[in-house]
Design a protein around this ligand. Structure first.
Ligand SMILES: Nc1ncnc2c1ncn2[C@@H]1O[C@H](COP(=O)(O)OP(=O)(O)OP(=O)(O)O)[C@@H](O)[C@H]1O
Ligand SMILES: [Mg+2]
Length: 246
């Protein structure tokens, strides 16, 4: 049983790529309906592996994962997609040889009937994609490609979006655009679990945050609280107090 409002809950989760090596080592993650939650931590902490294990892409060996109160730890990825989970990988998250429109269509192969109307809705959320619907994704800027990846993951109207480093490698102005659109997606009621290197920025907009280290929870709390925690700042936010981060 889960509390009312809990969307995703992982308890004592262990996961890894090969049987003898555990990367995620007893992690706990909770996410309520409509919440925006960030996971930060050093390189190699297991953030991407955690997200992949929640989406069935890496075996979750032990523990429980519940989605809307149902146990899904062993559910295959396509079942998780059917239940309302979307995922944007850290890299290679668009089909470079397909146009924007074709990328979106690939995101909705399960529901061809609603495809057209959902495309149009997403073009309203991402106007730049509407203008470029016939452009191949591979010829677009990094920021625009990231918007294509977000839109594709939203085609099936997920209630939870898993984002792995959505702002990685983008110019400062594109980072602004991506975080702004993530805020918009969340304001439409989509819960978001986001891994970010841009930790200050991510925590500032998050309801809650997790600091992960060597596959384990290190700190947990409201985004603003973590941002203002001197220990978190020193260890994970490049030191110093957080000054006016928005
Ligand atoms: N496909 C894979 N096969 C085997 N081991 C892997 C694989 N991908 C990652 N690992 C290992 O898992 C550990 C955690 O990697 P992971 O990518 O989850 O970390 P991360 O916190 O996302 O790091 P980063 O901040 O660099 O993205 C690392 O030691 C890495 O070498
Ligand atoms: Mg990663």
């Amino acid at each position: 049983m889960t509390e009312a409002g809990t969307l995703l809950s992982a308890r004592d989760l262990w996961a890894g790529y090969v049987p003898e090596v555990d990367i995620v080592r007893g992690c706990n993650i909770d996410l309520d309906e409509g919440e925006l939650v960030s996971v930060i931590g050093p390189n190699g902490a297991g953030k991407s592996t955690l997200i992949k294990s929640l989406f069935g892409l890496v075996p979750a060996k032990e523990g429980t994962i519940t989605f809307r109160g149902e146990e899904v730890r062993r559910a295959p990825t396509f079942r998780l997609v059917e239940r309302g989970i979307g995922y944007v990988p850290q890299t290679e998250n668009v089909f470079p040889n397909l146009t924007v429109e074709e990328n979106l269509q690939m995101g909705a192969y399960l529901r061809p009937k609603t495809l057209k109307s959902r495309c149009e809705e997403l073009y309203e959320w991402f106007p730049v994609l509407s203008e470029r619907r016939r452009q191949r994704a591979g010829t677009m800027s990094g920021g625009q490609r990231q918007l294509v990846a977000l839109a594709r993951a939203l085609m099936l109207e997920p209630s939870l979006l898993l984002l792995d480093e959505p702002s990685a490698g983008l110019s400062p102005s594109n980072v602004d655009v991506i975080f702004d659109r993530i805020g918009l997606i969340n304001s439409k009621g989509v819960a978001i679990l986001m891994v970010e290197q841009n930790a200050r920025r991510a925590l500032a907009m998050s309801d809650r945050g997790y600091v992960l280290e060597v596959g384990q929870n290190r700190f947990t709390g409201p985004g603003r609280e973590l941002l203002n925690d001197p220990k978190v700042a020193e260890l994970y936010l490049g030191g110093g107090p957080s000054k006016g981060t928005t």
